[in-house]
Design a protein around this ligand. Structure first.
Ligand code: PAF
Length: 291
C-alpha cells in the first residue's frame, strides 16, 4: 500500500491507473478505523481493481462546540489495518491541502431539504461540510465508485442526491452497518464510552428493533411509538436527540396509510460525551447487518 499526502502525488497515481483503464473504488473516512471501515474497503476491492481510501478529519463538518479538536488521530494503526485489507493507495492530506484558503472563503456544496431534518436539525453545519469535502475528494481521487456505510443513512442519501444533482460520474454504494456481537453499531465515537456506558449502548439498537416489531404488529401511531422509544432510552441513561420513523429515500414523515412504504427508523442519542446514531428498516425488520 502506498500513502500520499499531496494532491500532486495522488493525481500522478490516479492518472496512471486511469490511463491503463483500471477503474477505481474509493472509501472516504476520517480515520480511527473500525471493522465497519475495513468492510467498506473489502467491498471496494470487490468492485474495482484499484482501491483508494482517504483519511481526513474534515473541520468543515464539525460545529463550533463539537469534537473536532479531540477527534482521535490514529494514522499508524489505521495504515496497518488498511494494508492488511489490501488497499492500494491511502490519501492522507492535511487541512491546507484540502482547504488552501480560510474555510469561510471556500466554495461550498449544499443539498437542500434532506439536510434540514434528523442530524441536520441538530447539527446545522454538518451536511454542508460533508457534501463539500466529498465533492472535493471525488474531484481529487476521480473514483468510478464510492462506498459509504448505512449507519450514516442520512449522509448516504444526501451524497446520492448531490452526486445525481451535480452529474458526478461516481456510483454511490451503501454497505450494511457492521455491528458488535451485542448489536451496537460500530462507530469511531464508541471509543468515547466508559465501561458503564458501553454496557448501556446496545439499548439503542434494541429499541429500534422493538419499535420495528410494534410497527409490524400493526401500530401506526408514529408519535406514540417514537415517544415510547425515547422514554425507554432516557430510562437507561441516554439523552435522546431524535427517534423518528421516516421514508428511507425522501426522509419525509409517513402517514398511517404508508404500510408498504420503504420506511426507516432513525435514532440519535447522547451517552456521556458520545452522540450515537443508528437506523433500521422498519418494514423488512431484519436489517442486512454484518457482525
Ligand atoms: O462518514 C465519514 O466518515 C465522513 O462524514 C466522510 C464521508 C469521510 C466525510 O468527511
Amino acid at each position: 500500500m502506498r500513502t500520499v499526502h499531496t494532491l500532486a502525488e495522488l493525481r500522478a497515481q490516479v492518472t496512471s491507473w486511469r490511463q491503463s483503464g483500471e477503474p477505481i473504488a474509493f472509501v472516504p473516512t476520517m480515520g480511527n478505523l473500525h471493522r465497519g471501515h475495513i468492510h467498506l474497503v473489502e467491498r471496494a476491492r470487490e468492485r474495482a481493481p484499484r482501491a483508494v481510501a482517504s483519511i481526513f478529519v474534515n473541520p468543515l463538518q464539525f460545529g463550533p462546540h463539537e469534537d473536532y479538536a479531540g477527534y482521535p488521530q490514529t494514522l499508524g494503526e489505521d495504515s496497518r489495518q488498511l494494508e492488511t485489507a489490501g488497499l492500494d493507495l491511502l490519501f492522507a492530506p492535511n487541512v491546507a491541502a484540502v482547504y488552501p484558503r480560510p474555510l469561510e472563503e471556500m466554495t461550498q456544496v449544499m443539498v437542500p431539504g434532506l439536510t434540514t431534518v434528523l442530524c441536520g436539525a441538530s447539527r446545522p453545519l454538518h451536511f454542508g461540510g460533508v457534501t463539500t469535502v466529498v465533492t472535493k475528494l471525488f474531484n481529487m481521487v476521480q473514483p468510478d465508485v464510492a462506498m459509504f456505510g448505512e449507519k450514516d443513512w442520512q449522509q448516504l442519501i444526501v451524497i446520492r442526491r448531490m452526486t445525481a444533482d451535480l452529474n458526478l460520474p461516481v456510483e454511490i454504494v451503501g454497505a450494511p452497518t457492521v455491528r458488535e456481537a451485542d448489536g451496537l453499531a460500530m462507530s469511531s465515537r464508541n471509543g468515547y464510552l466508559s465501561a458503564e456506558q458501553r454496557a448501556i449502548a446496545p439499548t439503542l439498537y434494541v429499541t429500534l428493533q422493538a419499535t420495528a416489531e410494534r410497527w409490524r404488529t400493526g401500530e401506526r401511531d408514529y408519535v406514540t411509538l417514537e415517544n415510547a422509544a425515547k422514554t425507554r432510552l432516557a430510562a437507561v441513561g441516554f439523552r435522546p436527540d431524535y427517534f423518528e420513523i421516516r421514508h428511507a429515500d425522501t426522509l419525509q414523515r409517513p402517514t398511517p396509510e404508508d404500510t408498504t412504504a420503504d420506511l426507516r427508523i432513525f435514532a440519535a442519542a447522547w451517552l456521556g460525551r458520545a452522540r450515537l446514531i443508528d437506523n433500521l428498516a422498519v418494514a423488512t425488520f431484519q436489517e442486512r447487518s454484518v457482525n
